[in-house]
Ligand binder design. Structure first.
Ligand code: HEC
Ligand code: HEC
Length: 344
């Protein structure tokens, strides 16, 4: 046997190939198999509907993943994107798109826009349509591109058309009727399906909070000797109200509280907001709202909001933009949450 690499080309090729194979197995194949075997899909995760699956392909085709992640990291700064950090099992049921197309890796690497892991619990159909047509129509300072090719302008809506109430300023011609194409409907079905599943079997991972992530408290409540506990709560709620409103409600009801005609009602001067009793308003925030009227449905935000956030937002909306109505408390929100949960 000739062991000289310089003269035995067969030995050279076999050695290279064996080395390549061994390294591939150790570095890629075995670890992948280990992860796959130990992370079965979560039992209570909903499967994608056929429409949502097509929506996923459109999400890939339009390149949304360049700006949006779908992974909640286990550090405290990511807390706002989900109830818990993502785990490998969250991605276990991702499938190949076809024989020639591999499994799309939609975890993303860059967050130019928000993480979308749980966006199905945050926004509703109408908002998504307006936002995709032109993000500036709902988020004035947005830098997300518009996707007008997912919509059609028509002089008159046909039967079965999904008409989107776009504010006139954002249409080429105010008379145009904007209708969602099937691609837009599928994409929105996909966005609505993005909901973080609860972990039932294994223990839920925790968020890690490093010292540098801890934020300074926004403002200290006034001296304890003078302020009663009730007053202190009110001050804390007043401090967080504007930020909570901005994060949770402003996308639809807008910074000036006036909403968008035909899409989201005004909270400024709204009889529901100004009602002596805050109960209906709290119920709307926790459980959503869908009257038969010109507006779409408001999503139920009870899943993403704590009682404290709801109370802070209620007090803010009832006493802002010229609104004036009595404030509520965290305990009262809790009471309504329990009462309405029992009725469902
Ligand atoms: C150039 C980067 C960029 C691209 C590409 C992009 N987005 Fe965005 N997206 C953003 C930014 C920035 C925001 C935050 C401002 C806003 O709400 O418009 C955002 C917000 C969103 C939101 C709201 C998230 C929330 O937390 O409420 C959704 C949903 C969304 N994008 C979906 C999409 C979809 C679907 C696509 C592909 C059709 C897409 N985006 C493409 C940058 C981008
Ligand atoms: C995804 C869009 C969206 C978000 C986010 C949203 N809303 Fe709404 N909201 C709506 C729509 C749509 C309606 C009208 C529902 C109807 O009339 O059927 C509505 C109605 C309301 C009403 C009733 C007002 C009236 O006079 O009719 C209140 C109060 C309200 N929302 C408060 C809030 C609060 C507080 C938040 C934040 C915690 C919030 N909304 C977040 C879409 C939204």
């Amino acid at each position: 046997m000739n062991f000289n690499f310089h003269t035995n080309h067969r030995l050279l090729l076999i050695s290279i190939f064996t080395g390549f194979l061994t390294l591939s197995l150790i570095i890629a194949v075995f670890p992948a198999k280990f992860v796959q075997d130990n992370n079965p899909p979560l039992t209570n995760k909903e499967f994608l509907s056929p429409e949502a699956s097509r929506g996923l392909e459109i999400f890939v085709a339009e390149g949304c993943v360049t700006c949006h992640t779908q992974q909640v990291r286990n550090i405290a700064t990511d807390k706002m994107w989900g109830k818990r950090p993502s785990i490998p099992a969250d991605f276990a049921d991702n499938k190949r798109l076809g024989f020639w197309r591999s499994t799309p890796s939609l975890l993303g690497t860059e967050r130019t826009g928000p993480d979308l892991t749980n966006v199905g619990n945050r926004q509703g159909d109408v908002w998504h349509y307006i936002h995709l047509y032109n993000p500036r129509a709902v988020v004035p300072e947005s830098i997300m591109p518009s996707y007008p090719w997912l919509f059609k302008s028509k002089a008159q809506a046909g039967p079965g058309d999904q008409v989107i109430n776009i504010p006139d300023d954002f249409k080429d011609n105010p008379e145009d009727i904007i209708v969602a194409t099937q691609r837009a409907e599928h994409l929105v079905a996909y966005l609505n399906s993005l909901k973080q599943a609860e972990i039932l079997k294994t223990s839920t991972p925790e968020f890690i909070e490093y010292d540098w992530m801890k934020r300074e408290p926004v403002a200290q409540p006034i001296a304890t000797t003078e302020a009663s506990e009730v007053d202190q709560e009110e001050i804390l709620l007043d401090n967080r109200g504007p930020k909570d409103y901005e994060r949770q409600c402003q996308a639809c009801h807008q910074a000036n509280g006036e909403g968008i005609p035909g899409a989201f009602p005004s909270l400024k001067g709204s009889p529901i907001v100004l009602d002596e009793s805050p109960d209906q308003m709290i119920n709307i925030i926790l459980n959503g709202f869908d009257r038969p009227n010109e507006y779409g449905a408001m999503p139920a935000l009870g899943v993403v909001l704590s009682d404290e956030q709801v109370a802070a937002i209620v007090n803010f909306e009832r006493n802002h933009w010229g609104n004036k109505a009595p404030k509520t408390t965290v305990a009262h929100v809790k009471e309504i949450r329990n009462k309405t949960a029992a009725n469902q």
